[in-house]
Design a protein around this ligand. Sequence first.
Ligand SMILES: Nc1ncnc2c1ncn2[C@@H]1O[C@H](COP(=O)(O)OP(=O)(O)OP(=O)(O)O)[C@@H](O)[C@H]1O
Ligand SMILES: [Mg+2]
Length: 241
Amino acid sequence: MKDSPKHEIVLEGRDIRKSYILPRTVIPVLRGACIAIARGEIIAVLGKSGAGKTTLLHILGGLEKPDSGEVLVNARSFYALHGKDRAHIRAREIGFIFQSYHLLPEMDVLENVMLAGMAAAGWTTRRSRIESRASALLDAVGLKDRTTHRPLELSGGEQQRVAIARALVNNPALILADEPTGNLDAATGAMVLQLLIGISRKEGRSLLMVTHNESAASLCDRVLVLQDGVLAERHFSLPPR
Ligand SMILES: Nc1ncnc2c1ncn2[C@@H]1O[C@H](COP(=O)(O)OP(=O)(O)OP(=O)(O)O)[C@@H](O)[C@H]1O
Ligand SMILES: [Mg+2]
């Protein structure tokens, strides 16, 4: 982050509001959340269960329209675009990592990663270019020897590493990760988070990550807390001497 020129903003959320309307009640989830993510910045988002973290990530990632407020990707209003154009930008600019991996079970590891690349670049793109990027990423996440395996033949930590490679295959400016280690044991989770943060830093990608893991949060540039529908910076106070 500190080396990034001019602190260019890759994604901004302005005064995001979102309620869910149920038959007998209205649930106000986001009540004016604001965020600006600089190129190369790594941010952790904390918040209680039900605070609206997943809702926020979906809205920022172009998957769910807010009731009001604006999401700007590279200074363009995301939801002012037609759905097709938004999907195109999403595929190229944003990588998603979910708690439950979301890999395609009938495809092998390499195909899972390549599919995201082909979908974004166009089906007529040269396969070899995407294949070499996919292979390099699978090597970087330590799965070089598992490329022909199906996802269900892998452990949870290995599956999430495939999902990390998939999220990175299009060289997105931003990665959105929703509790990426929620299904992993503590040691595996810590390893996966360190890997995700390490690759993002090395490649200069921005990362917005929902996590409850304090040691991972301590590796981030900023820690935000989502509470009462708004995001606030968490500042560490030094212990008394
Ligand atoms: N599609 C929906 N319809 C109605 N209510 C919803 C919907 N999606 C989420 N909610 C409600 O919005 C609130 C925020 O949900 P969200 O999933 O964003 O929370 P979260 O912070 O990600 O929680 P967790 O830590 O448990 O994943 C919750 O009260 C949830 O019940
Ligand atoms: Mg959630």
